[in-house]
Design a binder for this molecule. Structure first.
Ligand code: FE2
Length: 145
């Protein structure tokens, strides 16, 4: 088992879990004239992220590790922060874009580790996730401009 790879993947489990909850928060609490768009946007993101977390955690298991499984563990490891505020819709989108950039960089780091370990399966898995995030970022930037 590669401890280093497992640690990287668990760091991603933590970051995506915090982000998942933030997208649910925004989905529930968004208000205003853009409600319908943003309510649906945040739901679309957390549905995708739900799959991502599951695939990351199951890759940890496949590598012989144990995925983070309590919220306390998640909060200990996460580099994405929660949002205790209820910002307006435009700020929610801005904060979502910033988190997507952070998550994309975190995936880049994990891809480098997987490449160094010669772990093609993990590289392919993470590459696909990175593509998904970049697609979301493109749409959000188009919406903002
Ligand atoms: Fe809902």
């Amino acid at each position: 088992m590669s401890d280093k790879m497992v640690k990287e993947l668990n760091g991603l489990v933590a970051d995506f879990t915090v982000f998942y909850q933030k997208m649910r928060h925004y989905h529930w609490n968004v208000k205003g004239k853009q409600f319908f768009q943003l309510h649906a946007l945040f739901e679309g993101i957390y549905d995708e992220v739900n799959e991502v977390i599951d695939e990351l955690a199951e890759r940890v298991v496949a590598l012989g590790g144990t995925p983070l499984h309590t919220l306390a563990m998640v909060m200990d490891e996460a580099s994405i922060s929660e949002d205790s505020e209820i910002p307006d819709g435009v700020k929610m989108v801005k904060r979502t874009a910033a988190d997507l950039e952070t998550l994309s960089s975190a995936l880049d780091n994990a891809i480098e580790v997987a490449e160094a370990e010669g772990d093609r399966t993990t590289v392919n898995l993470l590459d696909g996730m990175r593509d998904g995030l970049q697609g979301r970022l493109w749409m959000i930037k188009a919406w903002q401009s």
